[in-house]
Design a protein around this ligand. Structure first.
Ligand code: ZN
Length: 139
């Protein structure tokens, strides 16, 4: 099991947050769904909790992002995600699956959507010229 805690947005590099928000704006329009974002990090004994008052959860795999069925419009993005834009698109598609589809092909469909969305995002004028794949160092 891995332990995760929510990271308040003001502790995250502003370029990371802006890049994620741009990607989220793209997928929200592209998929026709409302989307919010919250951020998290993995913690363990070597790197204990830094934000004890925030939401925390466990999961059996090492997550770059996730969506909880109890909060179906919220995409959760790890501040440690190697490719946060792709993760936003993958998780946005899960929101779409939960709210709009009734299909069982969840992971392949999310991966296919993420690959297509990345290509389209690069050609989207509003995406700008930020480094979309920048990793976020925690303070
Ligand atoms: Zn997935």
């Amino acid at each position: 099991m891995f332990d995760y805690e929510e990271v308040p947005e003001n502790y995250i590099a502003v370029e990371f947050v802006n890049t994620v928000r741009k990607a989220l704006k793209f997928s929200s329009r592209d998929l026709g769904i409302a989307l919010n974002v919250r951020f998290f990090r993995q913690y363990d004994n070597a790197s204990p909790r830094q934000f004890p008052g925030t939401y925390n959860f466990k999961h059996k795999i090492d997550l770059a992002g996730c969506v909880f069925r109890s909060m179906p419009s919220t995409v959760w993005i790890s501040v440690q995600a190697a490719n946060p834009v792709k993760t936003v698109f993958h998780e946005s598609r899960h929101v779409f699956q939960i709210t709009k589809l009734d299909s069982g092909d969840y992971e392949p469909d999310a991966d296919t959507y993420a690959r297509a969305a990345i290509d389209a995002f690069y050609h989207w004028p509003e995406a700008g010229t930020a480094d979309y794949f920048k990793q976020c160092p925690l303070p």
